[in-house]
Design a protein around this ligand. Structure first.
Ligand code: TRP
Length: 343
């Protein structure tokens, strides 16, 4: 009865809308729980017309953005992906020892799903649930999972979990199988601290009473190391950042010229975060749908934060969000943390 007492009216409505029409594809079902897009587009437009222009980072991930992001992850300066992977492979057996067997593996922001595969084979997951904002990513991840683990049930949920996540009903179909949420890559750092806190609380509510969260978190370190990671020598991160303007052009019928914006990534030690922006290199006027705005030379559009935590700080946040207890594993240099938190 957990799902009934915990579900808000909106959550119940989305459930009712989503269930009758799951899209069954080759051996798996995909449910769409995406909000009405028009309100989202208004918000995107408002952000660009605001005196301090901003673009929500979820718009980075069109097909080109996803490919560029995968390329970022292999850059020598971008230590996050490989450091996390080393922690995972070094401590996999130890972490597994604390995970429930036969779990439902929930891959939050699954991307290509590759990071989940070694966990699933090692733990014998009963079910794989791919959650992402990009339907193509979900299809891609599920196709590979079905081929690799034919005995495991696979399903996908297309949703913007930064706005709302309610998978109580889906998880409740297998009440004897505890859910494990997997949120690697320090993606939580892309949300402001209040938003990250709210997300952790939502995760915990979906996981209660016996699930757990396995999450990768980038840690505070030397500003030069951090800034290099978000401004690689090959210019891949710069291309990734500029690519969002092409996405905006398509979504809002705007005419941003990506060549007239320069990528910038700075570490703000007081806020403990990388701030990413696109800086106008000339005085210009940009049309945004039926409207337009001026960008002075040097004026910027905020595109992304990447918050860095300390081991203690993130532990406190987990506790405040209601997680009962947690463990943490780091690399020898203490650059990255992998936390396992029990609901
Ligand atoms: N979660 C990743 C991070 O904060 C996302 C990311 C890496 C990113 N590089 C980026 C987002 C560059 C925008 C631009 O590390």
């Amino acid at each position: 009865m957990l799902q009934e007492s915990d579900g808000t009216a909106a959550q119940r409505a989305s459930r009712e809308m989503a269930w009758p029409t799951p899209v069954a594809r080759g051996g798996y079902r995909v449910l769409s729980r995406i909000a009405d897009g028009s309100e989202e587009l208004l918000r995107l437009k408002d952000g660009l017309l605001a005196s301090k222009a901003r673009i929500d980072s979820k718009y980075f991930y069109d097909a080109t953005g996803c490919a560029l992001f995968n390329a970022i992850c292999t850059q020598p300066e971008y230590y996050l992906t490989r450091t996390e992977a080393r922690i995972f492979s070094r401590y996999r057996a130890e972490i597994l020892w604390h995970l429930p067997m036969g779990a439902q593996w929930v891959d939050l922001g699954c991307g290509d799903g590759l990071k989940s595969q070694p966990w699933i084979s090692a733990m014998g997951a009963r079910r794989y649930l791919a959650v992402d904002i990009a339907p193509e990513a979900i299809d891609n991840a599920l196709r590979q999972m079905v081929a690799l683990f034919p005995a495991m049930e696979c399903a996908g949920v297309v949703c913007d979990f930064s706005q709302s996540l309610s998978i109580y009903d889906i998880l409740g179909e297998q009440p004897e199988s505890a859910p494990v949420m997997f949120y690697p890559g320090s993606s939580l750092g892309n949300f402001t601290p209040p938003h990250a806190f709210a997300l952790l609380k939502t995760f915990r509510k979906n996981l209660a009473p016996h699930g757990c969260l396995l999450i990768g978190v980038d840690l505070v370190k030397d500003a030069r190391v951090l800034e290099a990671a978000y401004d690689d020598a090959q210019g891949i991160t710069a291309a990734f950042n500029r690519n969002v303007l092409g996405v905006v052009n398509r979504l809002l019928d705007a005419d941003f010229d990506p060549k007239k914006f320069q990528h910038d990534a700075r570490f703000d030690p007081r806020a403990a975060r990388i701030e990413m922006r696109l800086i106008s290199t000339v005085d210009q006027r940009v049309r945004i749908g039926a409207e337009s705005r001026r960008f002075d030379k040097g004026e910027s559009i905020h595109t992304e934060y990447s918050h860095k935590y300390t081991v203690e700080g993130f532990g406190r946040l987990l506790l405040k969000a209601g997680f009962a207890r947690h463990r943490v594993w780091t690399d020898p240099a203490g650059w990255f943390g992998v936390f396992l938190a029990s609901a």
